[in-house]
Design a protein around this ligand. Structure first.
Ligand code: ZN
Length: 156
């Protein structure tokens, strides 16, 4: 008999494990020499600093993504999760993921199964003070992409 059947997996614990795993073994940590998009933001209430680098290909897909910064485990883990989630995606797909994350973190009901491990961030909705930590990486992407679109394509 499976012990899981007797003791259902505690989702909060599972989510904490996902976040801890990303914190310990971050994806995409580092800098990119010549990014298409670079955006730095801070979260003064917690002391988190983050810079996100994106390289877009000719189809406006994320060919590469990296980030560097310092801060709490939530901000660092979500930067790692963001990097893993957006790589290879089009800007439209990135935007769709981002809107789901924002809705979920704000505690809005919805179907978040298709965002996979990013559901781990849903627990943050219960801790309003951590919402800014969990959305910092996504705000870097959002504002960076916005500036890129407003600035047009700078290929000389
Ligand atoms: Zn933080």
């Amino acid at each position: 008999m499976s012990s899981e059947a007797q003791h259902p997996v505690n989702l909060n614990t599972l989510y904490q494990q996902v976040i801890l795993e990303h914190y310990k073994k971050p994806h995409g940590r580092g800098a990119i020499e010549q990014p298409t998009i670079v955006k730095s933001l801070q979260n003064p209430t917690c002391g988190d600093h983050l810079t996100v680098y994106l390289v877009l290909d000719e189809l406006n897909q994320v060919a590469d993504v990296k980030w560097e910064g310092s801060g709490c485990s939530i901000s660092m883990a979500t930067a790692s999760m963001m990097a893993k989630a957006v790589k290879g995606k089009s800007l439209a797909q990135v935007d769709a993921i981002m809107q789901k994350i924002y809705a979920m973190i704000q505690g809005q009901p919805g179907d978040y199964k298709n965002i996979g491990e990013l559901q781990a961030l849903s627990g943050v909705a219960k801790f309003p003070v951590r919402v800014k930590c969990a959305t910092l990486a996504w705000h870097c992407v959002e504002e960076g992409v916005k500036e890129y679109k407003e600035g047009g394509i700078t290929n000389g």
